[in-house]
Design a protein around this ligand. Structure first.
Ligand code: HEM
Length: 209
């Protein structure tokens, strides 16, 4: 079954996303992932997107927990985006796992830059540009998303504890996620591809490392 998108306009930036969510029954505090794509991405495959993450810090308060997204659904052999709050900032790591164990740092040329973030007592959010993220190559293990297919499989997880070494993204340590996980076949609609994409992407000037 397909999970149909909900269109969401991020209040701080005006960026329009297709979003897919997990309920508070599936994960404490709920979870939401959004994607915005270049204007021609529904006919010509894009290799970047603007993402939106709305993740929970429900159990241990502000600046706790982490959430993760698999861009092909499964944890393994996919570019993984891991995000967590620390010191009022939202940090990210691009990772890759060939098995169900602590992922390695991704070695390809994908890059995240931030447009907006927020951290409060129960949730953290991030609006980010992810360049070279829709195809990947980790030591010859390759994969990609075809945006012209107008939908894709995504996987998500959330966890209660913070990563170890939280202010050093290339050296974080994680335990297995413990606040729910799931996969959607996420359908795209026309709101995902916007003529303003280039202008929005140009606002991604902040790196948190
Ligand atoms: C699923 C372990 C980190 C994304 C799983 C499963 C295990 C596991 C054992 C299968 C659970 C089941 O089927 O009941 C771990 C360990 C981690 C870790 C030990 C770190 C120490 C991550 C990270 C991400 C992630 C960082 C994403 C950024 C997923 C997803 C699934 C999953 C999307 C569900 C889809 C699937 O079964 O492939 N993980 N994981 N994991 N994991 Fe992880």
């Amino acid at each position: 079954a397909q999970t149909l998108p909900t269109t969401f306009t991020h209040p701080g930036t005006g960026i329009v996303f297709n979003t897919w969510g997990a309920s508070t029954a599936q994960t404490q505090g709920g979870f939401r992932l959004g994607m915005a794509l270049p204007s021609n991405a529904l006919t010509t495959d894009a290799n970047e997107f603007i993402g939106y993450l709305e993740c929970s810090s429900t159990k241990n308060g502000a600046n706790s927990g982490w959430c993760g997204v698999s861009l092909r659904g499964a944890m393994t052999n996919s570019l993984l985006i891991t995000a967590w709050p620390a010191d009022g900032e939202v940090y990210t790591a691009l990772q890759f796992a060939t098995g169900y164990a602590m992922p390695k740092n991704y070695g390809g040329d994908a890059k995240i830059t931030q447009i907006a973030s927020s951290v409060n007592a129960t949730h953290f959010t991030l609006v980010f540009r992810c360049q070279n993220c829709l195809s990947w190559d980790q030591d010859g293990v390759t994969g990609s998303i075809s945006t012209s297919a107008q939908g894709t499989m995504f996987g998500w997880v959330q966890a209660f504890p913070s990563p170890g070494n939280p202010t050093c993204p290339t050296q974080i340590t994680l335990s297995q996620h413990d606040n729910g996980m799931g996969q959607w076949y996420a359908a795209f609609d026309s709101n995902i591809a916007n003529p303003s994409y280039t202008a929005w992407a140009a606002k991604a000037t902040k790196t948190v490392t």
